[in-house]
Design a binder for this molecule. Sequence first.
Ligand SMILES: Nc1ncnc2c1ncn2[C@@H]1O[C@H](COP(=O)(O)OP(=O)(O)OP(=O)(O)O)[C@@H](O)[C@H]1O
Length: 316
Amino acid sequence: MPAIRVDDLTKSYGQFLALSDLSFTVEEGEVFGFLGPNGAGKSTTINVLLDFIRPTAGSVEVLGLDAQAHSRTIRSRTGVLPEGVETYDRLTARKHLEFAIDSKGSDDDPVALLERVGLADAIDKKAGGFSKGMSQRLMLAMALVGDPDLLILDEPSTGLDPNGAREMREIVREENERGATVFFSSHVMEQVEAVCDRVGILREGEMVAVDTVAGLREAAGSDTVLRVTVDAVDDDALATVRSLPDVSGVSLEGTNPATLIVQVDGSKTAVLGALEEEGVEVTDFSTREASLEDVFHAYTSGPNGAGEGKSEVQAR
Ligand SMILES: Nc1ncnc2c1ncn2[C@@H]1O[C@H](COP(=O)(O)OP(=O)(O)OP(=O)(O)O)[C@@H](O)[C@H]1O
């Protein structure tokens, strides 16, 4: 039984289509990275999973239960770190934990939970004085209450410094080893690649790729990122480069001087040649191997999801 099954999920806010026929599954025991740029529809999806908003069409099952009919049971077995930290300024960290422990009917020790997230020293301090990172740690501790079967973490690294982000990933690993399924949403590839078994990439409400991190890495492996500085560039020249058979992504970085970032698997000289034929003067260029971040970028920028088709899109 999958931990999450989303089938043809569509969500409109008035005229605006936030999710369009979205389908994917997260297997039990998996750490699944849900990646997409701002506004792609990640929080909307999470809100449907938890029945905070209702879908326009489609069906969603969480822990084998219909998300709408059994939201109470699902929430009792799920730990959630929501996007945007909402702590109660006047309550101490201990009170926050006690509240979560009470709601879940668990017998967790607040001290032990705060120790896990590195916040034990602040246990009797009011959350109103917490930094963003401290609040995020507190919310994570609350999500861990009751050893949930499913952890849903929406942008969990927000406000954390690199050490905090590493500790958070360590907790994700521990929870997964305990047997929890983890659904980890982020707009930063780097955050998910270290902990996720599989990654789904969301773009404008549609899943453009679902693959293992290794699969995505393989797609990145054969590519080179070509950085070309030019005197000036117009839409026609960009379209010409984009249409070259070996080019899987093109983006423009800055305008003075204009720099093209081209993801190419094959001839780099074809790119330079095409630009010159369009009357664009190349003033400088350099190359490097593509990273996972570049692959993510290729899937989520450009007119049609430039990377589409490069990595296996989940078959249904
Ligand atoms: N209540 C709402 N009413 C109207 N539009 C909404 C509402 N909630 C979200 N949207 C729109 O739906 C789209 C998806 O939003 P969502 O918050 O799900 O994206 P996201 O991937 O979580 O983005 P972010 O990384 O910025 O949190 C956005 O364009 C957003 O403006």
